[in-house]
Design a binder for this molecule. Structure first.
Ligand code: FDA
Length: 389
């Protein structure tokens, strides 16, 4: 069978590319349904873009690489598409846009755009060998019992990263890149809960509090959640992408100066108040009770010298912790690293050394923060390739 473009992977990026490539397009995936990660994203409502998207919200060995694709296809372009399809949406905090009803609306929209473009979708299809011969790609696909050879001028690899193997994630994109001699940046799980040996927070599992979590060079002010195995919540997921195995993270549970001033004032007006009770006006009670022994919290406010209060507030604002690991690809929302941007054109996502070969979406070494950035990258990188084809 001959097509102009074969796209491997019917996730966010593959569906978007199939809808916009033009010519005869075949999209193949081993899953039973396309866009499975879209379906479960954003708690079932898909945080489909972020209006504040810039290259600064992405991690990559080349921090400038994402700029070209992101500027060619903006969040507003995707909003226009969603609006044309009459899909109701709303803005949550920080420019994050979600469907009002269901993430399935986004999948239906992409399927309908794809059908309009005449692209064909093969599901439950096993992808075999890929060969580059006489200027075209020959790919073995098996759907049902019949193996077929697909001849194509262009091959777009959109099989995503390694996150959540249970949902069908594989390292296929990296294998294909390696086969064609393209360099890879080491992969690791991103946007993932962090674990601590011994489960030190099991007793306060479920407690959530606003915090500033810092890892490496980055800090995030969002909710922190204590879990049986460690720490989670948006602040931790964000910081996890910057955390390196063996390194510390710093958790600021309350700004030191503000807490110090508040406790001092309270000491003047209610000196007989228990320190634990006073702290519980600023932090969740269960958290204060849990931390009290290690912070040396005891006695009344009146018992605390300015020096003791300063030391206490400093510890609360600079709580240093060493995670033992992360929950790994099993629950990670994204995969950091991947196909090196050195090998790709930032304008078209084409492999510089192999004409007609493209890598788009999460398999590329471009990974966004939490908040709709990863889908915006999937849409934008797909459009960069599709427009070039
Ligand atoms: P994607 O993973 O979507 O698609 C890859 C496709 O390739 C899949 O259909 C898979 O079956 C197929 N495939 C893989 N290996 C194959 C093989 N060997 N043979 C055949 N087919 C193969 N982002 C965001 O911006 N907003 C959000 O709200 C969320 N929420 C969210 C929640 C959860 C739980 C997760 C896990 C992730 C998110 N994300 C997110 C991240 C977002 O889902 C992700 O970045 C994009 O789906 C990446 O799009 P891709 O098309 O590159 O890969």
């Amino acid at each position: 069978m001959q097509v102009d473009t074969l796209i491997l992977g019917a996730g966010a990026a593959g569906l978007m590319a199939a809808a916009h490539c033009g010519g005869r397009v075949l999209l193949a995936d081993h899953a039973r349904a396309p866009g499975e990660k879209i379906r479960i994203s954003g708690g079932g409502r898909c945080n489909f873009t972020n209006t504040g998207t810039t290259a600064a919200q992405f991690l990559s060995a080349n921090p400038h690489f994402a700029k070209s694709a992101l500027s060619q296809y903006t969040p507003q372009d995707f909003i226009d598409l969603v609006t044309r399809h009459g899909i109701p949406w709303h803005e949550k905090t920080l420019g994050q846009l979600f469907c009002d009803n269901s993430a399935k609306d986004i999948i239906a929209m992409l399927r309908s755009e794809m059908q309009k473009a005449g692209a064909e979708l093969w599901l439950e299809t096993k992808i075999g060998d890929v060969i580059h011969r006489d200027g075209q790609f020959v790919t073995g696909l098996t759907r049902g019992a019949s193996p077929r050879q697909i001849f194509s001028k262009n091959l777009i690899v959109a099989t995503g990263g390694k996150s959540i193997p249970k949902m069908g994630a594989t390292g296929l994109a990296y294998q294909i890149a390696e086969q064609f001699g393209l360099p890879l940046v080491q992969t690791r799980p991103g946007l993932v809960p962090l674990t601590f040996s011994g489960g030190p927070f099991a007793g306060i599992s479920g407690v959530s509090t606003p915090a500033r979590v810092s890892a490496g060079t980055a800090s995030f002010d969002e909710a922190l959640l204590f879990t049986h195995r460690g720490l989670s919540g948006p602040a931790i997921l964000q910081a996890s992408s910057y955390w390196q195995e063996g390194a510390d993270i710093t958790v600021n549970l309350a700004p030191a100066n503000a807490l110090y001033e508040a406790l001092r004032t309270e000491r003047q007006i209610a000196g007989r108040k228990n320190l634990t009770t006073a702290l519980a006006q600023h932090l969740p009670t269960r958290l204060v009770e849990h931390l009290a022994p290690q912070l040396g919290v005891s006695g009344n406010l009146a018992d605390q010298s300015d020096k003791a209060l300063t030391a206490l507030c400093d510890r609360i604002s600079q709580w240093t912790l060493k995670p033992s690991g992360s929950e790994g690809y099993r629950t990670a929302e994204v995969t950091l690293g991947g196909v090196s941007t050195q090998a790709l054109s930032s304008k078209t996502m084409a492999a510089k050394s192999i004409p007609g070969l493209y890598f788009i979406g999460e398999c590329v070494d471009v990974t966004g923060w939490l908040g709709g950035y990863n889908f915006q990258w999937a849409w934008a990188s797909a459009m960069a390739a599709a427009r070039h084809i």
